[in-house]
Design a protein around this ligand. Structure first.
Ligand code: URA
Length: 305
């Protein structure tokens, strides 16, 4: 791929981020920026460290139960009040369009999951409960935990639920999901042979990008899901999945198509299907990336099993 094409792809990624951010702001009627400005002012006035302020602000949020019921087969018990170690302060306004890899706090641990042991997906789902760990809980209809084969050899990780996924509680069932299903089938799998999940489990309003605090709150669950499934390979769909899992802020245009390693598991970064719907000419590159994955598994196009 030429440098000029790289630059133009990066530029179109930045513009797309900006477009989605503006759409979201428009949808939120500017409320978010106002809230952030107020928080920044409070921080300055109180001279508090963000986490101390967050703890102070979190107390009243822990009381009421969420209106949305998670769709998973396991009914989670009510979530006990928990320390907000995995929920850092809302970012200051100037950080709103930052890439997630640049400001990520340390990974939190999951109390119901024993460190070093292989958890089950049900345990992780129970631990997630009716999650209120970040502000995405306010607008979601359903938590979108993940779907597919709990012992899959191949896992696809996306960014976060869109509108259809939020309504159904299932990942990748909208337009991008249709394309992903075609990609999976073209690789010789059925959708339920593989496991599919996202970096964030709740829909960002207006399909804006997930923010660093939201990624940080959800990331321990994603990592635990991967520990539960123990796939042989992971396909990271788009920059959020690749950058979050690899803790690498390299643009997806440069990362894609190169095998990487995540906790000893092969990881192939490629384009997100939603991006491919906007830029169909890029499908060829994504298909090349997927063919490398097929080669790793000894698969021929369209061959099952
Ligand atoms: N895009 C994603 O990243 N994930 C979904 O589940 C749907 C669309």
């Amino acid at each position: 791929m030429s440098e000029a094409l790289d630059t133009s792809n990066e530029l179109s990624e930045v513009l797309e981020d900006l477009r989605r951010h503006l759409l979201w702001q428009e949808e939120a009627g500017g409320r978010i920026l106002q809230v952030d400005a107020r928080l920044a002012a409070e921080l300055r006035a109180a001279n508090l460290r963000p986490q101390a302020l967050q703890r102070a602000k979190a107390a009243p949020q822990q009381a009421p139960a969420a209106p949305s019921a998670p769709p998973a087969p396991v009914t989670p018990p009510p979530v006990a009040a928990r320390p907000l170690a995995a929920r850092p302060a809302t970012p200051a306004p100037e950080r709103l369009i930052e890439a997630p890899a640049q400001a990520r706090p340390a990974e939190g641990s999951l109390p119901g999951v024993v460190e070093g042991e292989r958890p089950t997906l049900d345990q992780i789902r129970r631990e997630l409960g009716d999650c209120r760990r970040c502000k995405l809980c306010d607008g979601r209809k359903n938590i979108v935990f993940g779907s597919g084969n709990p012992r899959a050899e191949l896992v696809f990780v996306g960014e976060g639920p869109g509108e259809t996924e939020d309504l159904q509680g299932v990942p990748f069932v909208g337009a991008a999901g249709e394309l992903l299903t075609k990609m999976i089938e073209a690789m010789g799998y059925r959708r339920d042979d593989v496991y599919i999940c996202n970096v964030v489990k709740c829909r960002p309003p207006g399909n804006r990008n997930p923010e660093p605090d939201e990624v940080a709150a959800c990331e321990p669950f994603l990592r635990a899901q991967l520990r539960a499934v123990q796939p042989k390979a992971i396909v990271a769909l788009g920059k959020f999945a690749a950058q979050t899992l690899l803790r690498d802020s390299t643009p997806i245009t440069r990362m894609r198509g190169q095998w990487r390693e995540y906790e000893g598991i092969k990881l192939m970064p490629t384009f997100h299907p939603a991006y491919l719907l906007r830029q169909p000419a890029e499908k060829k590159k994504a298909w090349e990336d997927l063919q490398q994955v097929m080669k790793f598994f000894g698969k021929q196009p369209g061959q099952r099993g």
